[in-house]
Design a protein around this ligand. Structure first.
Ligand SMILES: CC(C)(COP(=O)(O)OP(=O)(O)OC[C@H]1O[C@@H](n2cnc3c(N)ncnc32)[C@H](O)[C@@H]1OP(=O)(O)O)[C@@H](O)C(=O)NCCC(=O)NCCS
Length: 163
């Protein structure tokens, strides 16, 4: 399953992923939808992207890339709104999304950042080569380098991964 670039969120069904995220106490999907619909964040600044895994039109996993505003990381992009439906976890979907974001990011940025906060995802990012940092609002970073792109398949374009 290859991730799909999302440019118009209301072309897709977010019902399940919104319900599941709220049930786990996460507000990232609610924020994603509200900010997109309100024009606050549409992942449309140059270099920014939003990707999802779909089952038909149903969103089963999502992650986005925004420019990092923290001055300590002037050429960085931040991974945001990563969530996978519980029944789709352990299948490599989050890994695939972060790989796609990384492949896009390397064209515009030199570092990826993320704020895992209190979420139980530190091990996930560390598994993908992110390093823990002591920085307000940023828990993990990963330097991007084009030579780190790994060709993992034969499909066009989307088969590259940086993870
Ligand atoms: C964290 C999350 C995104 C992982 O999604 P996923 O699709 O199950 O992850 P993948 O299947 O791509 O896992 C890739 C690797 O990371 C590992 N991994 C996944 N979640 C992990 C976790 N919480 N801790 C440690 N390792 C983890 C997997 O075992 C796998 O390793 P492997 O390749 O050696 O088997 C998902 O559990 C989720 O949506 N959690 C709730 C929201 C959240 O925490 N989001 C992160 C916001 S910063």
């Amino acid at each position: 399953m290859n991730p799909t670039r999302i440019e118009f969120i209301d072309a897709y069904d977010w019902t399940d992923i919104l319900r599941a995220s709220l049930a786990e106490g996460h507000n990232m999907i609610a924020r994603l939808l509200a900010d997109f619909r309100g024009g606050v964040n549409r992942f449309d600044v140059p270099g920014e992207v939003l990707y999802a895994h779909l089952s038909g039109q149903v969103v089963v996993a999502v992650a986005g890339l925004n420019r990092e505003f923290e001055p300590s990381y002037p050429r960085a992009a931040r991974i945001r709104r990563l969530f996978v439906l519980p029944e789709y976890r352990g299948l490599g979907l989050a890994c695939s999304l972060v790989g796609e974001l990384s492949r896009c990011a390397v064209l515009h940025f030199d570092t990826l950042t993320v704020n895992v906060g209190k979420l139980d995802a530190r091990g996930f990012y560390e598994r993908l080569g992110f390093e823990a940092v002591q920085h307000p609002g940023i828990t993990h970073v990963k330097e991007l380098a084009p030579e780190h792109v790994v060709h993992t398949g034969t499909e066009s374009g989307t088969s590259q991964s940086l993870v």
